[in-house]
Design a protein around this ligand. Structure first.
Ligand code: AMP
Length: 191
């Protein structure tokens, strides 16, 4: 039977870095819908050309498109062991993911919320803009992405508190500190 974990949290919370490390150490595949979209943009695919302006504005890509990408990725795995990073981001995505996991016999082992105060997020994202040159890391887009998170994604915290196994951890501190909190929080949930 496959298993999955969801990393939930605002942009700039450090989810991606932490999810990559946990995936590498525990034999999971990190599935970042943002990375997949950026790879399409970099390769100039039809999908990439379609979604580039959406990412550049800090808006969300339509649910159907995202769900199609996720289905494709999971279908290619014999026994999925996945850490979802940056997905789901809307109520519709969360419900579709529930159905998909059920269909495929994949168990949702836990949902991890990485919590970081808003002011710290803005500072981190502005820093990342300089370091990595991501085209959606300018101040206007950052504010937009945080507003989109508050409106569309934050409600999923309640959704998973009701239906899933939600663990919240403090995302402030060094990468190692945050990682060890994540390990303790998920210790009993991961195989
Ligand atoms: P991320 O790398 O997760 O911060 O995602 C970067 C951008 O990709 C977001 O601002 C959205 O425009 C888009 N994106 C990534 N994942 C999703 C998703 N699950 N639903 C909708 N849009 C997404």
């Amino acid at each position: 039977m496959g298993e999955a974990v969801i990393f939930l949290g605002p942009p700039g919370a450090g989810k991606g870095t932490q999810a990559k490390r946990l995936a590498a150490e525990r034999g999971y595949r990190q599935l970042s819908t943002g990375d997949i979209l950026r790879s399409h943009i970099a390769r100039g695919t039809e999908l990439g050309q379609k979604v580039k302006p959406i990412l550049d504005r800090g808006d969300l890509v339509p649910d159907e498109l995202i769900l199609e990408l996720v289905k494709e990725e999971i279908a290619a795995m014999p026994t999925p062991r996945i850490i979802f990073d940056g997905f789901p981001r809307t109520h519709a995505q969360a419900e579709a993911l529930d159905r998909l996991l059920e269909e495929l016999g994949v168990e949702l082992r836990g949902v991890l919320l990485v919590d970081v105060p808003r002011e710290e997020l803005i500072q981190r994202l502005l820093g990342r803009a300089q370091a990595e040159g991501r085209s959606d890391d300018n101040e206007e887009t950052i504010r937009k992405r945080l507003a989109v998170y508050a409106e569309k994604t934050q409600p999923l915290v309640d959704y998973y508190a009701r239906t899933g196994n939600l663990k919240a951890i403090d995302g402030l501190g060094s990468m190692d500190e945050v990682y060890s909190r994540i390990q303790s929080a998920l210790n009993h949930d991961l195989h």
